[in-house]
Design a protein around this ligand. Structure first.
Ligand code: FMN
Length: 169
């Protein structure tokens, strides 16, 4: 079945499953170059009267450069049985391997030539609105900090983006 567009307001996803167990591929780039990686941390909601999605990317990721240099990114939610792809794209770096080719994923393009995957059952095309580096200075409850940042730091950068297109099957 092919992906077709729907309105964001029609979406009624189980967000904790989407970001907790299904975990999407975050893809950024354009028709010439792109990269993808698995993400687990994200939110869907509303900001400045727009439907938004927020994602968090560590600067060490190869995908980070694409997130910085492009205005759009996508989230592709693959069917649950494609878990091996999520493991692969969440443990290998695009610096070392062409993950899209290795996984046999078919690239399509949304707004801003943002790449996504036809194998997905849900796709969000997102346009960056606001970015900010997470910082130890802003943390109110230090509990999770040691677990996720420890001595090495390497804090994620957050990207709040308008969801400009939604595709589903
Ligand atoms: C389930 C899962 C969730 C992940 N979530 C994130 C995330 O939210 N942010 C992040 O920066 N890295 C996350 N990662 C790690 C990246 O996917 C991983 O480091 C990947 O190899 C980076 O690829 P790249 O170097 O090609 O960008 C996650 C990995 C897995 C397996």
């Amino acid at each position: 079945m092919k992906l077709h567009p729907i309105d964001f307001m029609e979406l009624s996803p189980k967000v904790f499953q989407l970001f907790g167990t299904q975990t999407p591929l975050l893809t950024a780039g354009d028709k010439n170059r792109c990269n993808t990686m698995t993400i687990g941390w994200a939110q869907l909601g509303t900001l400045w009267a727009k439907p938004v999605c927020t994602v968090y990317v560590r600067p060490e990721r190869h995908t980070y450069g694409f997130m910085e240099s492009h205005d759009y990114f996508t989230l592709s939610f693959l069917p649950a049985e494609q878990k091996s792809i999520l493991t692969f794209c969440g443990t290998k770096s695009g610096r070392d391997v062409d993950k899209i080719k290795e996984c046999g994923l078919t690239v399509a393009y949304g707004a801003g030539d943002a790449p996504y995957f036809e194998e997905a059952e849900l796709v969000l095309v997102c346009k960056k609105l606001y970015t900010q580096e997470l910082s130890a200075d802003c943390v109110l409850d230090g509990g999770p900090i040691d677990r996720f940042y420890g001595a090495h730091g390497n804090w994620h950068k957050s990207y709040v983006a308008e969801v400009v297109e939604v595709y589903t099957k």
